[in-house]
Design a protein. Sequence first.
Length: 171
Amino acid sequence: MDNEKTIEELKKEAEEFLNGWKRAKADFANYQKQVEKDRAEWFMYANATCVKAILPVLDSLEMAIHQLVIASPDASVGAKQSQEIATPPAVSRDDIRGGIEKIRDQMLDALKQMGVEAIKAVGEPVDPEFHEVVAVEPSDDVSHGLIAREVQRGYTMHGKVLRVAKVIVSQ
């Protein structure tokens, strides 16, 4: 009778050990999946700091283009100063603007390949997750309460906000 009891106890104990081992194995498999998911997410956002550092450069390119558009047009830039100093041929403002726009477009393409996208703003309702209202002004072109102008463009990377858009809302 003692042997039967001991055998039953040993079977139960072995079953408990087996179940514990199965749970530990399942926990470890779940842990491995979580680590792989975390690693993939880390790689996806590893460039975020670099991208944030580049965004002011993109802002400056946009500002340069804007200034060339609104600046008073002159015939050319880079006219010869003297015969002794070799200077490049005269370049029109349109050529300069076109070159800067090309650089901006290349930068936007590179950022897009990294998962960076501009946040839609003008004509959209304000979403505090994506927009920061810096002013309110009357507008005939945009309905009341919608974004009338963008002061600074915002960007997301793989759906996460890198920088909110600074906007002016129509009154």
